[in-house]
Write a protein that binds this ligand. Structure first.
Ligand code: NAD
Ligand code: 0WE
Length: 260
């Protein structure tokens, strides 16, 4: 099956081979998409370029989403290389490490702004910059987490940012609907990626997750890739403004059977 044949996808947020963005990229590649990759800054190039080469991707561009000029530059390069783009994946989030432990009320003004800028505004900024070259029938996709809805201890300002990101998905879906461009989010269960390493209590949470989730299995970037293919292909042609959970069912459980 080639669900994405003839489609061009730009994926933002590959840091290494454990990144959710890389799981999505591999799934898109398997479905015949033409792919472009964008990474956060020159320091990551030595990791991202070999990954890109392993699947024959030649469009590999640095873009710090905190910089409007970087975003404008990738959009211009994408226009020159591909003409139009069908799919944009935003798999980016960041907060200062010190904001991700302790009490949420201690969040600094600067820490709040940074988390909102990188984790929320950047999705809107990409939508804005790529709007002129998005092909009707296309799709925008971002990644979120359950800490937007319920308190996940230590997730703190990222939880507030993800709530705003999910609201952005709905507003963007409304704006882009008339262009026949769909906008959705995947809410992923915990995955051991770079962004999850060194997070206070991640190991315990990872174990607790399989004890509570109906499917009793942890989530992989490949699991996310499958749902990303669905959300960016015509299989989901009338689905927009949604947050789809890929979490082994964790979020439907209101009362764990046993505490361990
Ligand atoms: P990751 O570290 O592999 O990916 C995060 C990416 O954000 C990195 O590639 C990093 O370079 C990029 N980034 C950070 N600041 C940037 C900037 N200024 N400009 C451009 N890129 C920047 O980790 P991941 O877990 O794959 O995270 C991807 C997305 O998935 C994030 O939005 C994260 O919040 C979300 N998510 C992760 C989990 C999890 O448990 N790992 C669960 C649910 C949602
Ligand atoms: O969205 C995320 C990762 C968010 C994240 C992680 C870091 C760690 C390193 C954002 N910024 C940074 N900045 C750093 O310096 N997840 C869903 C994974 C995650 O992160 C948590 C979690 C979970 C789950 C942080 C605290 C509690 C739970």
């Amino acid at each position: 099956m080639s669900l994405l044949a003839g489609k061009t996808a730009l994926v933002f947020g590959v840091a290494n081979d454990r990144s959710i963005a890389w799981g999505i990229t591999k799934a898109f590649h398997e479905q015949g998409a033409t792919i472009g990759l964008s990474y956060a800054g020159e320091a990551l190039e030595k990791r991202v370029r070999p990954l890109a080469e392993s699947i024959g991707v030649t469009f590999v561009e640095s873009c710090d989403v905190a910089k409007d000029e970087d975003i404008q530059a990738v959009a211009a390069k994408a226009a020159a290389t591909f003409g139009q783009v069908d799919i944009l994946v935003h798999s980016i989030g960041f907060a200062k490490k010190e904001e991700l432990s302790g009490a949420y009320y201690r969040t600094s003004r600067a820490g709040f702004h940074l988390a909102m800028d990188i984790s929320v505004y950047s999705f809107t900024a990409l939508a804005q910059a790529f709007q002129p070259i998005l092909r009707p029938g296309g799709a925008l996709l971002t990644l979120t987490y359950y800490g937007s809805e319920k308190v996940a201890p230590n997730y703190n300002v990222m939880g507030v940012a993800k709530a705003a990101l999910e609201a952005s998905v709905r507003y963007l879906a409304y704006d882009f609907g008339p262009q026949n461009i769909r906008v959705n989010a995947i809410s992923a269960g915990p995955i051991r990626t770079l962004a999850a390493m060194g997070v206070t209590g991640f190991k315990d949470m990872y174990k607790h997750f399989t004890a509570v989730a109906p499917l009793q299995q942890n989530i992989t970037p490949e699991d996310i890739g499958g749902t990303a293919v669905y959300l960016c292909s015509s299989l989901s042609s009338k689905v927009t403004g949604e947050v789809i959970y890929v979490d082994s069912g964790f979020s439907i459980v209101g009362m764990p059977e046993k505490m361990e």
